[in-house]
Write a protein that binds this ligand. Structure first.
Ligand SMILES: Cc1cc2nc3c(=O)[nH]c(=O)nc-3n(C[C@H](O)[C@H](O)[C@H](O)COP(=O)(O)O)c2cc1C
Length: 153
């Protein structure tokens, strides 16, 4: 069974809506389950024990949210040489006012340090989170779960 960690931070709810849609997409896939968790509560164990991670963050000041950075700060030393997190499939979901590229760039750079494997292009929502965007997030959740089950990722 594909076990997908969807870890998020959100102040005003936009990123949380996207993260919930990704998790719903995972949950509606056969043989898959989602672990939807706030970044501040996510642990190294959560990352180590899942089959793939979706990092969902707002862009703040051209960067990821402090809470997402805190997750990386807390888990890097423990995971960087752990064979169970090496090449862990991941993707990024960003909610931004009008950009999002800085948050993506910095998360990707950190994920390289962990030696995680990017398996889907980042999803960036600029401006309000629309129903169409939520449908894309759901699709992303399904794609990741199906890719894990099919051993594509
Ligand atoms: C402190 C702060 C800094 C922000 N900086 C950026 C930014 O650099 N680029 C951008 O596109 N949007 C920026 N925004 C807008 C947020 O990314 C956007 O409102 C996002 O949807 C917030 O997500 P949330 O509701 O999950 O907290 C910023 C918002 C705040 C509160």
């Amino acid at each position: 069974m594909a076990h997908i960690l969807v870890t998020f931070h959100s102040q005003t709810g936009n990123t949380e809506k996207m993260a919930r849609a990704v998790a719903a997409g995972v949950a509606q896939t056969r043989n898959a389950r989602a672990n939807l968790k706030a970044a501040l509560e996510t642990t190294a164990e959560d990352i180590r024990d899942c089959d793939a991670v979706v990092f969902c963050s707002p862009e703040y000041f051209g960067y990821m949210s402090g809470a997402m950075k805190d997750l990386f700060d807390r888990t890097y030393e423990e995971l960087k040489d752990d064979p169970r997190s090496l090449k862990k499939p991941y993707c990024i979901v960003i909610s931004a006012g009008n950009d999002g590229s800085g948050a993506v760039r910095h998360i990707e750079r950190i994920c390289k340090g962990y030696r995680f494997k990017k398996v889907q292009n980042p999803m960036i929502c600029k401006g309000p989170v629309t129903p169409d965007m939520l449908a894309l997030c759901e699709e992303l959740g399904e794609t990741i779960a199906e890719g894990i089950n099919a051993r594509i990722f």
